[in-house]
Design a protein. Structure first.
Length: 82
């Protein structure tokens, strides 16, 4: 974060490109973890293993969506209650 202002001096386009590159850096580790999970499940159980791994990853979808959707609703209700 301390090195962020230096590449952004030339202009807005450089700032946007540097921000995208910085964002892509933060996704490298989760991508490799998911690739390892997919590879391991394929080695252990073939395509059936991949489908089970995908189903396991999708099992958390309902909880994540509930938190994302009802978060603002609860914030608004808390603001009205105050």
């Amino acid at each position: 974060v301390r090195g962020f202002p230096t590449p952004c001096r030339p202009g807005a386009a450089t700032n946007i490109i540097f921000g995208l590159a910085l964002g892509y850096k933060s996704v490298v580790l989760p991508v490799f973890i998911l690739a390892g999970i997919i590879f391991g499940s394929h080695r252990l159980a073939g395509m059936y293993g991949i489908s089970l791994a995908a189903l396991g990853m999708l099992a958390t979808l309902a909880t994540c969506l509930t938190i994302d959707v009802y978060g603002p609703v609860c914030d608004n209700a808390g603001g009205i209650a105050e």
